[in-house]
Design a protein around this ligand. Structure first.
Ligand code: ITT
Length: 208
């Protein structure tokens, strides 16, 4: 059992899509969440070589700056035919303009160039970090596997959602409701998205 999270926390993200999902995941627990953007916190450089390391950098920096417990997510889409790219560079592939349709098209072109046979396999990873101002840290990870879909389908969600169809489903994340993508099943069964799966582990460790 990890350290129990309560009271007020910072959600250490500047990504509006993630912020919405992280707020929705925390909502049932009566935790007051303020975002890094609302507090005017800067964005630290994500210099680690893996998702967990970058989540830790974001959570530690926000916990220190706000003197509150901080909750961060580092996540991305890993394409098997590309050796796991874009992976931790998922946000950077969308460029300054945050053009995820361009990033999805780059994935399509690069996978096509490898000659990989369909279905093109991919997975999303979410690494969550909770950091307290005294330096205590709790970390969790979630993953969901699926196929890439081109052209991208649906306009729900954010980022790479329209080009990812999770295993066992007929629709992409971009065609799913928020509840389908990252709702936490009331019967205790496994959630669908990488972030919701990581959050289930966090809830068992720090919110029970
Ligand atoms: P913060 O660091 O401020 O949280 P960011 O967008 O830079 O925001 P990351 O470095 O973790 O976040 O980049 C992850 C990228 O991967 C993100 O920009 C999304 O486009 C993509 N991604 C992560 N989770 C996703 C999801 O559930 N659906 C679609 N795309 C996702």
């Amino acid at each position: 059992m990890g350290r129990r999270l309560s009271g007020k926390i910072v959600i250490a993200t500047h990504n509006a899509g993630k912020l919405r999902e992280m707020r929705e995941l925390l909502a049932p627990y009566g935790i007051e969440a303020v975002s890094a953007g609302e507090l005017g916190l800067g964005e630290p450089d994500e210099t680690a070589s893996d998702f967990a390391g970058n989540a830790l950098i974001k959570a530690q920096s926000a916990a220190k700056a706000a003197n509150l417990p901080a909750f961060a997510d580092d996540s991305g889409l890993c394409v098997e035919a590309l050796g796991g790219a874009p992976g931790i560079l998922s946000a950077r592939w969308a460029g300054e303009a945050k053009d995820f349709y361009a990033a999805m098209d780059r994935i399509r072109r690069e996978v096509e160039a490898t000659g990989a046979k369909k279905p093109w396999r991919a997975y999303f990873i979410s690494a969550l970090a909770l950091c307290w101002p005294d330096g205590h840290v709790e970390q969790f990870e979630g993953r969901v596997d699926g196929d890439l879909v081109f052209p991208p389908m649906g306009t729900a969600g954010f980022g790479y959602d329209p080009c990812f169809r999770p295993d066992g489903h007929e629709r992409t994340f971009g065609e799913m409701t928020a509840e389908e993508k990252h709702g936490i099943p009331a019967d205790g069964s496994r959630a669908l998205s990488h972030r919701a799966r990581a959050f289930q582990a966090l809830a068992r460790g720090c919110l029970a």
